[in-house]
Design a protein around this ligand. Structure first.
Ligand SMILES: [Mg+2]
Length: 274
């Protein structure tokens, strides 16, 4: 009997101390939303210690014009090499767009609503770490406050993320509440960040317009034993505007030709900076 009690106690203790090893008990849910007002009630559904993770492009902010927008980026990939709208050195042109471009909130009350949420928050973007200047500017211009650093840190973190041991390293940067992941898996980069910060959350709530990001986060958190609610935000129209896309590049090209002809020549020769 005593041995049985000891066995029962050990079993109970191990069940309490290893929830992360039991992904079958993880709560994982995804919903579609069209209004950021739905975040607050979703947060309130659970008393678990929750981290709110917010995407930027087409979730908090969206481009004023089709040229340079998320939809434009997707459209670029569909173009033939000789299409007049196809830009050379896509990520160099994106850098120019982030520096020069303007954006607006995806909904007028977005900044007020997001700033008012009293939870631990993180902005998690696929934008490259080299686009930080323009990203901070547009967030500021639109009234989005930068979230406090998690864990009360004052300094940031920079490291080379590798998808697998033989993958090329990709620089990711977390600073000023903004985590720039340079196109890497949002779920896995978030887990690495939390590990480096030595932080644990019982639940993560992600708001993102990208289905692939919603799914990647779900897979990563499930394997880590963290509860998840993905809010797939579908408010922003993604219909391409090919005429605006082609005109946008021709305007940039004219400006580059006049002011920075050598750079344009290099880009058109495939010598890309990023
Ligand atoms: Mg997005």
């Amino acid at each position: 009997m005593r041995r049985l009690l000891t066995f029962a106690l050990v079993a109970l203790l191990s069940a309490c101390s290893t929830p992360a090893l039991r992904p079958d008990t993880v709560r994982s849910d995804v919903r579609e939303i069209t209004d950021l007002a739905e975040i607050a009630p979703a947060l309130a559904e659970s008393r678990a210690r929750t981290l709110l993770v917010l995407d930027i492009d087409d979730t908090l902010l969206t481009s004023d014009a089709f040229f340079g927008s998320d939809a434009w980026y997707a459209w670029q990939k569909t173009l033939a090499a000789d299409d007049p709208g196809k830009v050379p050195c896509l990520f160099d042109v994106i850098a120019l767009n982030y520096e020069a471009g303007t954006q607006h909130p995806t909904q007028p009350d977005g900044p007020t609503r997001i700033n008012a949420l009293p939870v631990d928050k993180l902005l998690l973007t696929s934008r490259g770490a080299n686009y930080r200047g323009g990203t901070l500017r547009t967030l500021h211009e639109n009234g989005y406050a930068l979230p406090a650093m998690l864990g009360g840190r004052s300094d940031g973190l920079i490291w080379d993320f590798r998808k697998s041991s033989d993958s090329r390293p990709v620089r990711v940067v977390y600073d000023q509440g903004l985590f720039m992941t340079t196109g890497q898996d949002k779920g896995r980069t978030l887990l690495e960040l939390l590990g480096r910060l030595r932080l644990h959350y019982d639940r993560v709530l992600l708001v993102d317009d990208g289905q692939a990001n919603i799914d990647a986060m779900r897979a990563a958190l499930r394997s880590a034993g963290i509860d998840y609610l993905g809010l797939h935000y579908t408010r922003v129209d993604k219909t391409p505007d090919p005429a605006a896309g082609r005109a946008g590049w021709q305007h940039w090209r004219t400006l580059l030709e006049a002011n920075y002809p050598q750079r344009l020549q290099e880009m058109e020769q495939g010598k890309c900076g990023s």
